[in-house]
Design a protein around this ligand. Sequence first.
Ligand code: XMP
Length: 312
Amino acid sequence: MFKPEKFMDEKIAWLRQTIGNGDALAATSGGVDSMTTAALGHKAVGERSKVIFLDDGLMRKGEPQEVVKILRRLGMKARIYDVKDYFFEALKGRVDPEEKRRAFREAFYLTFARLARELEVDCLLQGTIAADVVETKGGVKTQHNVLEQIGISPLERYGYKVLEPLKDLYKPQVRGVARALGLPREVVERKPFPGPGLSIRVLGEVTSERVELIREATAIVEDATKDVPCFQAFAVLMRDRATGVTKTRKRKYGEIVVVRVVQSKDAMTAEPTALPWETLRRIEKRITEKLPTVTHVLFDLSGKPPATIEFE
Ligand code: XMP
């Protein structure tokens, strides 16, 4: 039986000992995994664990400011680093899903290497969990935060140690630890969001226009499903286009957006969530009204397997 309080105490002691007299960087995205990791680091060594938020331009609408506010309320001073241009440049021209993921991972670790040098820190606290490791090792997809487990030493390659206190836990256990740490509900129950963010919800090439479109569509889907009990609810932009027609009977060759809502316990398997017809129609209306380049809105019926939760 997993005991969150005991786990929390052990990991705080482990972090205190491992960080020693040095400083650490805690990378957080606002998700429960990275916030729990940052909170453990803060309890272990206080301000010597510097909390940072990378604004890579691939997060949800308003997320950077919202996350920093939550962290401040929790007594953690967080700094936002604007690295949008760097990440968009790293992803430019890439269309293959695994290539995109590897490019994101490289940009992610290289950014920390630069910040670690600037801030004179030699270790990074990261919220990797068991599902990330299993999927990457099993060759399903390259998660943005798994290196050591696939034989790449972050110390040798990037010059810093990576500490992953949650790497053996699955999501429900992480939520237990988050509760034990006293994190607020909005963090404990926050819907998971992939590390590479909207870059993997824009199929094919990542451009700022395509990311803006899916950011808006994601906000619409999340808002329309906020009272629906589900693991994740989001939108994906297809690579293809499809023919549509305007109200004045003009041809329009538009974008295709897929709405995906799933139930899951630990992200290893998932089932599609049945939404009321009215909710689906409301989502379709809001997306096509707000985003006039979209001609088709589809609903995904797939479970995991055979699909994965994200499309790339
Ligand atoms: P898949 O698509 O593999 O997703 O069924 C399982 C869960 O993991 C999230 N996800 C990621 N999380 N880094 C992360 O931290 C990643 O690279 C990544 N890719 C997918 C996904 O949103 C789902 O909750």
